[in-house]
Design a protein around this ligand. Structure first.
Ligand SMILES: Nc1nc2c(ncn2[C@@H]2O[C@H](COP(=O)(O)OP(=O)(O)OP(=O)(O)O)[C@@H](O)[C@H]2O)c(=O)[nH]1
Ligand SMILES: [Mg+2]
Length: 299
């Protein structure tokens, strides 16, 4: 069979499992995951190389009604991934009925997407039998889809079938990336994201959403030891106190968890130093956003 390749954007509202799905296909955590919505903030490519095809997945921020400039950046980023895609996977949480955000995305796809759209109904492991029919029908009514399937990104159910459907809609093409490359992001990005993931995990309410992480220094001290210094930015002094915790206990927890996982991913020892700083209302400030690495694509 002819070799196929292309960009497959995973589009959906926050928290439906887009990053979990991409990681499942790659067999490795490339994009961070959390039970809190609006975890992913950037486009992240994950490359799946098979004998007959190369799928370049593009994980995207959840599309939502933005409340601040960071949210606007995230939605623009996701929409730019719709425009650039060869195939779009519209991911929904089938354990719930569609809501306004799902309808907004379906409408956006209708207006802006020229490529085939596959509806993937995720979290089927949470779907009770009585809800299968009403829920699948409600999602199918949202738009025109080339194909649709029920999946579970966490149990792996039907992921092979979805992969084959995706490949059947990819154009013929070469391998764009070497077969051993699984992402386009570098170790600095992964380190910053993992620190943010642990902050999301340990912090609550508004605090995790106010966190941005910047790597200040990333040096290989020897073949088996890296030195990483990073700053966690928050929006208020009160949040800074929470992130540091009593006698630095919270910062220590975040640092230890991040270091452990970084060592696994990088395959070497990591010396991690964390700092906490306040950048007042950075999520609402264009200039601050740019400084923190959120540079909006044109769409
Ligand atoms: N039960 C169940 N949980 C899932 C499934 N897929 C993802 N999850 C969980 O759903 C939550 C959100 O997953 P993410 O992958 O971070 O969701 P996302 O769509 O990338 O979210 P944003 O980045 O915020 O847009 C996590 O707690 C996942 O473990 C699934 O198939 N079944
Ligand atoms: Mg995500």
């Amino acid at each position: 069979m002819e070799h196929r390749s292309g960009f497959v954007s995973i589009i959906g509202k926050p928290n439906v499992g887009k990053s979990t799905l991409m990681n499942a296909y790659l067999g490795q955590k490339v994009a961070i995951v959390s039970p809190k919505p609006q975890t992913t903030r950037h486009k992240i490519r994950g490359i799946l190389t098979l004998p007959n095809a190369q799928i370049i997945f593009v994980d995207t921020p959840g599309i939502h009604n933005p409340l601040h400039k960071l949210g606007e950046y995230m939605v623009k980023t996701a929409i730019s991934a719709i425009v650039d895609a060869d195939v779009v996977v519209f991911l929904v949480d089938v354990s719930q009925l569609p809501d306004d955000e799902d309808r907004l995305i379906a409408q956006t796809l209708k207006e802006r997407c020229k490529s085939p759209v596959i509806l993937a109904m995720n979290k089927m492991d949470l779907l009770t039998p009585d809800k299968v029919k009403p829920h699948t029908e409600a999602y199918l009514a949202l738009g025109e889809f080339k194909d649709w399937i029920l999946i579970s990104a966490t149990t792996g159910d039907n992921l092979d079938k979805l992969r084959d459907i995706i490949i059947s809609y990819l154009p013929p093409g070469p391998r764009y990336y070497p077969e051993d490359q699984i992402t386009d992001v570098d170790e600095r990005f992964i380190a910053a994201e993992l620190i943010r993931e642990k902050a999301l995990h340990f912090l609550h309410q508004e605090v995790p959403h106010s966190v941005a992480v910047v790597i200040d220094e990333f040096k290989d001290r020897s073949e088996d030891l890296s030195y990483i210094s990073a700053t966690i930015f928050v929006e208020k002094e009160s949040q800074k106190a929470i992130v540091i915790g009593k006698d630095g206990a919270m910062l220590k927890k975040i640092g230890q968890a991040a270091r452990r996982e970084l060592e696994l991913i990088l395959g070497r020892k990591v010396y991690l130093e964390l700092w906490v700083k306040v950048r007042k209302r950075w999520r609402k400030d264009e200039e601050e956003l740019r400084r923190l690495g959120y540079i909006a694509p044109k769409v």
